[in-house]
Design a protein around this ligand. Sequence first.
Ligand code: PRP
Ligand code: MN
Ligand code: MG
Length: 178
Amino acid sequence: MNQDIQRVLYTAEDLAAANQRLGRQLAQDYAGKQPIFVCILKGAVVFLTDLMRQIPTELSVDFMDVSSYNGQTSSSGAVKILKDLDVSVAGRDVIFVEDIVDTGITLQALMELFKTRKVKSMKLVAMLDKKMHRQREVQPDYVGLECPDEFIVGYGMDYQDKYRNLPYIGILKPDVYK
Ligand code: PRP
Ligand code: MN
Ligand code: MG
């Protein structure tokens, strides 16, 4: 185990089981459609690649990189686009893919933006749902696992851009970030 990790919260096996369940559900719910999975860089990359391989039905993927003006203003809908999609989502069934929903600021802003893009439908799948610091009324439609009030990294999630490559989700030792 990585020496900066206090303990493993979810093992690779836990994550694989969650992906299998989510994949089965999404394949069922989107059968006969061609949804577009919108992966929010960078954290959601690992989750997307695992999840999509659990879905045998037709789908496409694209990527977006955004930074939200975290907490600075109460005006929701403000999101700075660092990289936009390559394709139009007008008339499409969009599924946002996130590693974690925390305050909800990122997704709330993105959903506001996508309403103006005339999508057919919009859903959100998140591997982790961290509910206790939610600041926006965002609720993932599909949730892999619940997230306790801990500083977690791994499986795409970082601290100072490190630890994204850990194959499990771990709790970071406090002395690493204090
Ligand atoms: C993290 C995470 C989500 C977002 C969730 O991304 O990957 O995208 O924060 O937080 P919120 O619900 O409070 O908005 P981050 O901005 O750290 O970028 P990264 O994915 O590139 O690490
Ligand atoms: Mn992210
Ligand atoms: Mg980050």
